[in-house]
Design a protein around this ligand. Sequence first.
Ligand SMILES: Cc1cc2nc3c(=O)[nH]c(=O)nc-3n(C[C@H](O)[C@H](O)[C@H](O)COP(=O)(O)OP(=O)(O)OC[C@H]3O[C@@H](n4cnc5c(N)ncnc54)[C@H](O)[C@@H]3O)c2cc1C
Length: 396
Amino acid sequence: MNVGYSREDEDFRATVRDWFETHFPRFKAQWPTRPDPNELGWRRAWEDHVCQAGWSGLGWPQAYGGKAWPLTRQAIFHEEQARIGAPLGVNIIGHGILAPTLIHFASEAQKQRYLPGILSNREIWCQGYSEPGAGSDLASLATRAERRGDHYVLNGHKIWTSFAHIADYCFVLARTDPAAQRHKGISFLLVDMKSPGVRVAPIRQITGEADFNEVFFEDVRVPLDALVGEENGGWRLAMAAASFERGTYFIPRQVRFAQEIEALKRLAAETPHAEGGSALQDPHTRRDIARLAVDSHVLKLKSWRALTHAMRGGPPGPEGSSTKLHWSESHQKLMNMAVEMMGERALAGPAPGGADPQAAGWMRDYLWTRAETILAGTSEVQRNILAEQMLGLPKN
Ligand SMILES: Cc1cc2nc3c(=O)[nH]c(=O)nc-3n(C[C@H](O)[C@H](O)[C@H](O)COP(=O)(O)OP(=O)(O)OC[C@H]3O[C@@H](n4cnc5c(N)ncnc54)[C@H](O)[C@@H]3O)c2cc1C
């Protein structure tokens, strides 16, 4: 068995690496302040720069301005971008979830209208699925879209909508046939966030940031041509969109996880141990770091296995749940270790710009990892999927 990338792919990697190594340090040096990797302005500016340099639409057909790269090259691009320490973008939902959904399901007019804004990063998207009464059980959503002449009238309340406060558009799941079975009366609508009747209320997270929001739709007029696919056929699109989300989502995260293990080792080497020497000499710490290194390696192999499966044309299966579960829970373990190791330094809190920026960075990431076992399907839900679909255990 040959595990790894081909020679041609490694040559391609060298080109991409060269670009990032030239452009990222230069871009960073021109930024007026010391960039905070989580600050949305910085994330957006770098994402704009990358897209405008032409590194966008990586997997899209060339007819829509894309590069039509195979998944291996997309993976290499994301690996190299993470390796250089570049921030994650703010239009990840537009690029990673909506664009492939439009390419598969939208009308030609919709593709011509919406894809260029994502390609150039001019238009930011958010995803309006979850509601106060519909999270894991998404099909119980209650937002309504009633057809009236040439438009729908949208009413409802979405929650946890990442980036809604900076988004230009939102793709919304709304019930268009309340009499139909739960999954069958739902439609997939593209909603302009500047429409009258859209109200966004940011939610402050435990990290102090406010990256997600409540979104209220009050008698919002949505033109009929903003419906993607068939009316009442939105569930199929939502499921396909979820599988695109899992595509290359873990590649940069898995690279960062390996980098964070190295950072944890440095933290351990700098942290005095109560019995003398450093925390890195403590056998329990060494064992736990070794376990994380094994997790990191297994996650890399899982990503490669998923890539191989996708390249052979296989549909996304329950393996994605295994990667999500493994990554989010291992990441929490890593951050727990860092915070325990820092001891009272952790009391500095997560705000950047304080007296101990290193401790604040770890604290911010520690607090943020609480969300990772919830977003994109909670750990309990992933375990249900694995139990039923991989292990064949009976439902409920
Ligand atoms: C940082 C972050 C960003 C997000 N961004 C978005 C976004 O952009 N757009 C969007 O639409 N949503 C977004 N979400 C929402 C996310 O999809 C939901 O939080 C998630 O699906 C869980 O739904 P819930 O919060 O309603 O919890 P619930 O579904 O109410 O779950 C509550 C608890 O019950 C457990 N549970 C539920 N059902 C079962 C079951 N069948 N078996 C066992 N246990 C169960 C859950 O595991 C959990 O512990 C985001 C969430 C986070 C944390």
